[in-house]
Design a protein around this ligand. Structure first.
Ligand code: HEC
Length: 146
């Protein structure tokens, strides 16, 4: 979708990050349990307790803001490599997209450590069906770490 294309185009120019993505993290019960707790605390109020997102999440409101998309397989979280999801979560969509883009997805960089953000993303990934996990593994392998 259009937002995805904009994000992909702009993220190429994003500053380098010193994180390493563990491709196996979603298989670790310790990591995903920690991530699930943090998700419930910080993310579920908008993205849904069952990762279902907000109603009519593809439609902007009259002020131009998008509702929170689902993080389950019906959304487009899995269309983005882990590094992009990390950048969105840490810095917020307005900063990542730039150009005056308006978004209610604020950055969590002052509330959550890099490892905590990665554990939430690992938890989200652990809920996806096998073929979506496989697709996402291939995306991550192509996009890599920075
Ligand atoms: C106040 C509501 C709110 C909270 C809380 C929130 N989000 Fe969001 N999130 C949004 C909205 C709204 C969007 C869509 C932003 C846009 O495209 O303008 C979004 C988008 C995203 C995206 C991009 C998804 C995609 O498919 O493009 C990711 C990743 C994300 N959020 C992760 C998180 C995580 C992880 C947390 C918890 C740490 C969180 N969000 C908490 C509202 C929220």
């Amino acid at each position: 979708m259009r937002t995805g294309a904009i994000l992909t185009a702009l993220l190429v120019a994003a500053p380098a990050l010193a994180i390493t993505i563990d491709a196996e993290a979603y298989k670790s019960p310790a990591v995903t349990q920690a991530g699930a707790g943090l998700y419930a605390e910080h993310c579920a109020s908008c993205h849904g307790a069952r990762l279902e997102g907000q109603t009519d999440w593809q439609l902007r409101d009259p002020d131009g803001y998008l509702p929170a998309p689902p993080h389950d397989e019906t959304g487009h979280t899995w269309h983005h490599p882990t590094l992009q999801l990390f950048e969105i979560t840490k810095y917020g969509t307005e900063q990542v997209v730039g150009g005056g883009y308006k978004s209610n997805m604020a950055g969590f960089g002052s509330l959550l450590s890099d490892d905590e953000i990665l554990s939430i993303l690992a938890f989200i990934k652990s809920t996806w069906p096998r073929q979506i996990i496989d697709h996402h593994d291939r995306l991550d392998a192509a996009y890599g770490n920075r």
